[in-house]
Design a protein around this ligand. Sequence first.
Ligand SMILES: [Mg+2]
Length: 384
Amino acid sequence: MLNQTMLYETQVLEGRQKIARVTARQLKNIPIQPPPFRDVPDKEGALLLQIETDDGVVGWSTSGYTHPIVVDLINKHITPRILGEDPFRTERIPMLFDRHTYERPLGRALVSALAMIDIALWDIKGKTVGRPVHHLLGGARDRVPVYVTHGAAYDGAPVYSAEELAAEAAHIASLGITHLKNTVGRQAVPDPDDDYRRMKAMREAVGPDVKLSMDGNLRMSIDQALRLCKLCEELDISILEEPIHYNEPANLAYLRTQTNIAIAAAENEKFSARDLLVAGAVDIIQPNVNNDGGYSAGLRTATLARAFNIPLGHGNGNGPHNIALHAGVANGGMVEYHFHKWMAYNAIFKQVPQPVAGGFLDVSQQPGLGLEPKDGLIEEYEVK
Ligand SMILES: [Mg+2]
């Protein structure tokens, strides 16, 4: 009997357009606007992928995983295999590498590299047919809700005191942002009581009308997460994201029965979206196109989640690249703008959708993604 899953490299008909050039680059030390109340120079790096077709269409993308191994992987190993391929055939490209995705430790780098390629190819598809990518994904809406994560809790940055956190929350809310998120569990040993005090300071600073959420980034035990939920319920917290080690589905499902705070996960995937959905582990599922397979994988997760009547959300620094998915599919949801990464996107790309009053982003109507790097950026910041 024919095994359909083994049809990796069968003959295909010639496409109309071909991938002609693929260039991955590492950028470093790009100056960005520092967070409010921290008037110190701030810099950020990024990986940037450029794919050009034989008829002159150029697609761009970035990665959620910024280790330079992704650059080498694309330039030395992936590019020779995909040159000459048709950029519209985005289900075919990862099939050329499927067998390698099981080879750890290459796993995360390869998945990130294939996600970058997928995103740039969807940019090319949109530019080729003259339509924004969210239309190609289904075109459910032209405006998506946004929430802003702040608190300088990215790697290497000093952790804010509760007072600084509260002052920054009030400032960002005053810009018209209606939903804020802060990271929790970041103490040497996660401390729910300390996090409760920090979230309470935020709630008192912004009042009852701004929504507040928390992101545990996989750092807590089930007991720590339970205590945090119990303490924070009186603060009217909307969402707790990825509280528990490894996103263990059984633990998340149990936590969900013990709290009225919505549980979200899947940005950092060890267990698949399928496992989380089947276990009843989440109220919101969070594919991230930059970490996991691009828009092609995002579409699959959206379809799967719809069968469980679970909406999508987003939790990661790559907000501007995730807008098209949430605008495209019917069960799309909120996009995250992580303050630091938001400023990095503003420094790297010419036109980045900015939050408007009421807490929304207007989706780019440009052909493709509408995310074009600034002139001179590559020449100035590329690591040679
Ligand atoms: Mg997160």
